[in-house]
Ligand binder design. Structure first.
Ligand SMILES: Nc1ncnc2c1ncn2[C@@H]1O[C@H](COP(=O)(O)OP(=O)(O)OP(=O)(O)O)[C@@H](O)[C@H]1O
Ligand SMILES: [Mg+2]
Length: 229
């Protein structure tokens, strides 16, 4: 199975250039974090990759198969329960499968809740379960942990890693949180400058299993992202 090939030569909004000369490939099953400060163009790049915006110069080749996008806001249908939101994602998703997916993200007891009764962290987990319902070959996630408190963030991060492990999909996760990037990705793609370009492309030296250890991650974070003195 092939992965993702991105070659964006130029993207602008009006006359303002936002992205320039961004080229990278992800192998099938590879997991990369797209990092960079707020406003640099992470969401813009994800939208191009998802095919939601075709007004750009360059070419993007997605792997064959389904695409799942997990947006920064969970975007669940408010008039449907969490379980119904998942069955609606794919015609072949039965209520039983939806419940199994909700169970996998720790939401078995919340299957019949409407999104407004669920916390943001629960809605994010439901959105991740929904992503799995389409059996995607490519998963794009936009700031999946932003605006969560520490406990909820840790829970959603653990669920996210589990969801990505189960899917085996090629993944690109936009985040401005280095610790989170180190916990979920095999590779860090960093955007910087104006218009934004790829300023670094680093493969993590530790295995996924080794990175499960918070001390190993903290050590890597201290070396790769030293706090400004
Ligand atoms: N639809 C739009 N029209 C005009 N400008 C836009 C549009 N969407 C984004 N921009 C601009 O493009 C730049 C990149 O925005 P983008 O949302 O991609 O950044 P980001 O890295 O995702 O930021 P954050 O971390 O805050 O989510 C910003 O300057 C933003 O104002
Ligand atoms: Mg964004």
């Amino acid at each position: 199975m092939s992965g993702l090939r991105v070659a964006v030569t130029a993207k602008q909004f009006g006359t303002a250039p936002v992205l320039a000369d961004i080229a990278f490939e992800l192998a099938a099953g590879e997991r990369a974090a797209l990092i960079g400060p707020s406003g640099i163009g992470k969401t813009t790049l994800l939208s191009l990759i998802a095919g939601l915006d075709s007004a750009f110069g360059g070419q993007i080749t997605r792997p064959p198969g389904a695409l799942a996008m997990v947006f920064q806001t969970p975007r669940l249908l408010p008039w449907r329960t969490l379980a119904q939101n998942i069955t609606l994602a794919h015609p072949a998703c039965t209520p039983g499968r939806a419940r199994a997916l909700l169970d996998a993200v720790g939401l078995a007891a919340a299957a019949d809740l409407h999104p407004e009764k669920a916390s943001l962290g629960m809605q994010r987990r439901a959105a991740m379960a929904r992503a799995l319902a389409v059996a995607p070959s490519l998963i794009l996630m936009d700031e999946p942990l932003v605006s969560l408190d520490a406990a909820s963030s840790a829970r959603v991060q653990a669920v996210m890693v589990d969801v990505l492990d189960r899917s085996g999909a090629t993944c690109l996760i936009a985040t401005h949180d280095h610790g989170q990037a180190l916990a979920v990705a095999d590779r860090l793609l960093e955007l910087g400058g104006s218009p934004a370009r790829l300023v670094s492309d680093r493969r993590l030296p530790l295995s996924r299993q080794a990175r499960g250890d918070p001390r190993a991650r903290a050590d890597l974070q201290a070396r790769w992202f030293p706090a400004p003195s």
